[in-house]
Ligand binder design. Structure first.
Ligand code: MD6
Ligand code: FE
Length: 218
């Protein structure tokens, strides 16, 4: 452990780095020092681009509510999954990436060993009790050398983390308010998902969980 980590762990004992596999790590509590600014920034974005339930290419309504910030936003409809600079609901550009988002994503990536990460897309997912995200790979991005930074806020969820094949065994990773997962390198294309959320309460976010996933999409 380096000196910076020693100080960080001494000042924030709730913050720990927990490797998941080669290329992926959970940074427990990493987002907690920025909690208030993050929640304010999320409110600003969703005031301009409200959460909506996208339709999968197969015609199903996703149970996760979604919005985006940045020059590209992840969208799904009957034509497929893609990144688009325009919010299809408003016909306008997605809200720009709040500064606190950029700084948090960059510092989490650096902490995980991916220096120089500058995301151009932040997908904002809102989960309510019963909401789930089925097993998938993130493969709509141009450059798989770029990691993904995922920030969990609000009520806890169980993250399913599998292998390179859909049928590979999965581990279950509980994620709570302020936890950040960074994955890239050899872990970048692993299958993953989120189990249906159990009813719960969080003081800042009530009955919901919000997940921010930062990517270099373009
Ligand atoms: C979620 N996250 O935690 C959904 N994808 O709500 C993802 O799908 C995800 O957390 C790629 C990398 C990290 C993630
Ligand atoms: Fe994903």
């Amino acid at each position: 452990m380096n000196t910076a980590d020693l100080f960080r762990n001494a000042i924030h004992p709730e913050r720990r780095d927990e490797p998941l596999c080669d290329g992926a790590v959970v940074l427990r509590g990493f987002a907690l020092p920025n909690e208030t600014m993050l929640l304010q920034a999320i409110d600003m974005v969703v005031a301009q681009a409200p959460f909506r339930h996208l339709i999968t290419p197969g015609g199903f309504r996703m149970s996760v509510g979604m919005s985006n910030a940045g020059t590209l936003g992840w969208v799904s409809d009957r034509r497929g999954y893609r990144y688009d600079p325009i919010d299809p609901d408003s016909g306008k550009y997605w809200p720009s990436m709040p500064d606190i988002f950029l700084r948090l994503a960059g510092s989490a990536a650096a902490q995980a060993g991916y220096a120089g990460f500058v995301p151009d897309a932040c997908l904002i997912n809102r989960y309510e009790p019963g909401t789930r995200l089925s097993l998938h790979q993130d493969r709509n991005e141009r450059d798989f050398d770029q990691p993904i930074v995922s920030v969990s806020l609000g009520i806890p969820a169980v993250f399913l983390f599998g292998g390179m094949q859909r049928a590979d065994p999965q581990i279950r990773v509980p994620l709570g308010h302020g936890d950040v997962v960074v994955w890239g390198g050899p872990a970048r294309l692993r299958y993953h998902g989120v189990l249906p959320l159990k009813p719960n309460h969080h003081d800042a976010l009530g009955s919901s969980r919000i997940n921010l996933t930062f990517r270099r999409a373009g």
